[in-house]
Ligand binder design. Structure first.
Ligand code: SF4
Length: 383
């Protein structure tokens, strides 16, 4: 069986090269060809000895994901549906903005957490992605965009693990992929520009703090356990007090960083003034957390099975004001890619229909990315 080189971080690739009788610097060259130049064929790698290229051809491959569909929104957002085999598919979304390009990627096919407001959660869990399948989404998107924008510069400046799946329930593959994202010989992203979003897998938050201090976003969505138990079932295992303690411990690993609390605004469920006041009290209980957290209010994207509806904009604004007046940095996420169902919580819509989707490689269209004004101030973890 040939190894998929997208599965390796640089250390792993060095071990692989040593097994082929090659020195570590060869691994660095190979790593750069793959991730910085987007090479998928060993014959492209002109500064590698021919003998090494021949060895690689028989022992390794660079395995991309098949593209089932590609949709480009009128606002420049692009959504890809990738085939990960076995009838499973995952999605990635590119969101261009004035000052950055953000790629939202998936960590699992489906998700076991089952949040009420999330389309992926309603689909159920199929399997974890490998590190190679996680990084393949970035590898494809970065080099596709560079080619179509005719750019030799990096296009994707931020990565958010907010696609399908709970990243911290696929920990080993996640951390392996994060190492590739942060490596200067690969994508060279700063740790503050890579965000892991979690529904609150407390023990893994602690491990992430020790292993890889990227930006952390926490899906809170409710100010008390009774409501959060209902919206985010994982809360029954790790209730809010434990979750906030884990956030505080994470801040100790990543001083001067913010924790972003994501809060999906659900009409009549979690969006009243009383809920906002409860939230203020909750995060202000601890001075450190109170000072180093921010809120990102997310418009809900309705889907029929949820039985939920989106909060009206005046309600969202009033809610945001209560938080802001209490001194908490609060942003309202602008919905993006509405016309292609690329918004938060809509991923996986196509997957249920995957048998009906004719598997095809989309014709890659020329992408015109236009700057889009933001409604709310931008912040880490906010698309
Ligand atoms: S919101 Fe995240 S954790 Fe919850 S079901 Fe959806 S993908 Fe899973």
């Amino acid at each position: 069986m040939t190894a998929n080189l997208l599965d390796f971080d640089l250390d792993g690739l060095a071990v692989f090269c040593e097994r082929l009788g090659e020195k570590r610097f060869r691994a660095t060259q190979l790593f750069r060809w793959i991730h910085q130049k987007g090479a998928s064929q060993f014959d492209e790698m002109s500064d590698l000895a021919k003998s090494l290229r021949e060895k690689l051809k028989t022992s390794a491959q660079i395995q991309p994901l098949g593209i089932i569909t590609q949709h480009i929104s009128s606002d420049g957002t692009i959504k890809w549906l990738f085939d990960v085999g076995g009838g499973d598919a995952v999605e990635a979304v590119f969101i261009p903005e004035d000052d950055r390009g953000t790629l939202c990627i998936s960590s699992q096919a489906g998700c076991a957490v089952g949040c009420r407001f999330c389309s992926t959660g309603h689909q159920g869990f199929s399997r974890n992605l490998t590190a190679g399948e996680i990084i393949a989404q970035l590898w494809f998107a970065e080099h596709f965009l560079r080619k179509h924008l005719n750019s030799s510069e990096r296009v994707i400046s931020n990565v958010v693990m907010m696609g399908m799946g709970e990243p911290l329930q696929n920990y080993a593959a996640l951390v392996q992929a994060l190492r590739v994202m942060l490596d200067d010989h690969a994508y060279g992203l700063s740790r503050r520009r890579v965000t892991v979003s979690t529904s609150g897998v407390v023990p893994m938050m602690d491990r992430l703090g020790q292993d890889c201090q990227v930006a952390l976003a926490v899906s809170l969505h409710a100010p008390n356990d009774a409501l959060r138990d209902n919206l985010v079932p994982l809360n029954r295992k790790y209730p809010i007090a434990e979750l906030l303690d884990a956030c505080k411990r994470y801040l100790a690993f990543a001083p001067r960083d913010f924790i972003t609390f994501e809060y999906c605004m659900l009409d009549g469920v979690n969006d009243t003034a009383q809920h906002a006041a409860e939230l203020v009290k909750l995060v202000r209980q601890d001075p450190t957390l109170g000072a180093w957290c921010k809120f990102n209010l997310i418009p809900f994207n309705p889907f029929p099975a949820s039985g939920l509806t989106r909060s009206a904009q005046p309600v969202v604004l009033a809610f945001a004001k209560i938080l802001s007046d209490a001194g908490i940095v609060t942003t309202i996420r602008k919905t993006r890619g509405d016309d292609i169902d690329a918004a938060c919580g809509q991923l996986a819509g196509d997957v249920k229909d995957r048998t009906a989707v004719q598997k095809r490689i989309s014709k890659q269209r020329t992408v015109m990315l236009k700057p889009v004004a933001e409604i709310a101030p931008s912040g880490r973890g906010g698309l």
